[in-house]
Ligand binder design. Structure first.
Ligand code: AMP
Length: 195
């Protein structure tokens, strides 16, 4: 399966991506994790990405598309994958379409979460994990950037009949179960019938 998980920052994408990845034995490919790894290693890309991430903006499309293309070319991604946090802009959608060619995405999971709840979760995570991109200002900027640049992508995938909307609130396991049920329905009936 070639899947994508989307949702506002703090909706629990990363957590659910790990559960989906384990359940379907496909790699979860997170651009955020790849950027954080570069930051941790102090690579030139990491130095550039850190500044942008700390401010809450998006890393440039060319850089982002490049790291995803390299990652999708690796052996473990040939039998399927779950993209987490990519694409985030319409230019990235076009780049991904080109990378995937005829075997495009099979489904797009849209995790839905209320903004107040999402901001509360992000504050908690900032405290627990000490993530430098989770300052109060950055949290607000990231929500706005998501609304402006990434939310419109939901319509793109809805129009393609790929969107699977899942309520992201509640216990982690309960949300995972909702996602697995939706994906089982997807495998049985195709994306149009999942809603
Ligand atoms: P995430 O862990 O997915 O929330 O990503 C953390 C940060 O990495 C984002 O706030 C962006 O600064 C950057 N980032 C991750 N994925 C992308 C992407 N697809 N395009 C641009 N920037 C990204």
């Amino acid at each position: 399966m070639r899947l994508l998980i989307m949702g506002p920052p703090g909706a629990g994408k990363g957590t659910q991506a790990k559960a989906i990845s384990a359940n379907y034995e496909i790699p979860a490919i997170s651009t955020g994790d790849m950027f954080r790894a570069n930051v941790a290693q102090g690579t030139p890309l990491g130095l550039e990405a850190k500044r942008i991430m700390d401010e809450g903006g998006y890393v440039g499309d060319d850089i982002t598309n490049g790291i995803v293309a390299d990652r999708l070319a690796e052996a473990d991604a040939q039998q399927g994958f779950l993209l987490d946090g990519y694409p985030r802009t319409t230019a990235q959608v076009a780049a991904l379409d080109e990378m995937l060619g005829e075997h495009s995405l099979d489904g797009v999971i849209a995790l839905q979460a209320d903004t107040d709840e999402v901001v509360r979760r992000l504050r908690l995570r900032a405290e627990q994990e000490g993530r430098s991109d989770d300052t109060e200002d950055a949290i607000r900027v990231r929500q706005q950037v998501y609304a402006d640049q990434t939310q419109p992508l939901l319509d793109v995938y809805r129009e393609r009949g790929l969107l699977i909307e899942v309520d992201g609130l509640g216990e982690i396991d309960a949300v995972s179960t909702r996602i697995f049920e939706a994906l089982t329905s997807l495998a049985d009936n195709g994306p149009e019938r999942v809603h």
